[in-house]
Design a protein around this ligand. Structure first.
Ligand SMILES: [Zn+2]
Length: 210
């Protein structure tokens, strides 16, 4: 009797992207880091909101626009409340929103450091013939799929490549860049474990944290 092990990997960046800006005080282009604090300014019926960043060298602040001259009644109540309360989770999501940040900073420093939280979803009894990994990626990441698989499964990248070329490892949906593409939400990887001498160990590593 052989079966399938389903796991979910939630992949989150550990360091928010940092805009590289001309710091007036340093007289140089320096990385700025989110302070985790939001500034609000309401004038009549309109409001502005900024996420406050600080130069990593001298601390000079830079305000990244979140809402600009927006009519208060047009702001989604959830967002308004989160901004007013400086809600940590929501502010963190803003700091990790690399696409929005790019609108205000041409150059960014992006870290490829990620944390992978593994969760076994359901499993047939051992031994497993198939491993299915579903990816949950709440923020855009610059991390490449082959690197992430290698590090998280404790395998060399050569081994990952070999698994792919032999057809044992498949990325779904299939794309031109294959495993060189960045890790993204809703991608899936399946690995055929049948006949792999370390197949069951691999499945263990894939389904357990640490
Ligand atoms: Zn500075």
């Amino acid at each position: 009797m052989v079966g399938t092990l389903y796991v979910r990997w939630t992949v989150v960046p550990t360091v928010a992207p940092q805009p590289l800006l001309a710091c007036a005080r340093c007289g140089d282009v320096t990385p700025f880091r989110s302070s985790g604090k939001v500034r609000l300014n309401a004038q009549g019926k309109r409001m502005d909101a900024w996420l406050v960043y600080g130069c990593t060298v001298c601390g000079k602040t830079w305000n990244r626009p979140i809402l600009e001259r927006r009519r208060v009644r047009d702001v989604e109540p959830d967002l308004l409340h989160a901004l007013q309360a400086n809600e940590a989770g929501r502010v963190r999501a803003l700091a990790f929103d690399v696409h929005a940040l790019r609108r205000h900073a041409r150059r960014l420093r992006e870290s490829t450091d990620v944390e992978v939280r593994k969760q076994a979803l359901s499993a047939d009894p051992r031994p497993w013939s198939d491993l299915r990994i579903a990816f949950d990626v709440p923020f855009p990441l610059p991390a490449r799929m082959d690197r992430l698989l290698a590090v998280t499964l404790n395998l060399s990248r050569a081994r990952i490549q070999k698994l792919e070329t032999s057809g044992r490892l498949r990325l779904l949906p299939q794309t031109r860049r294959g495993l060189r593409q960045p890790v993204a939400d809703r991608l899936r990887v399946s690995i055929d474990l049948l006949g792999l001498s370390d197949g069951q160990d691999l499945a263990d590593v894939a389904s357990r944290d640490g």
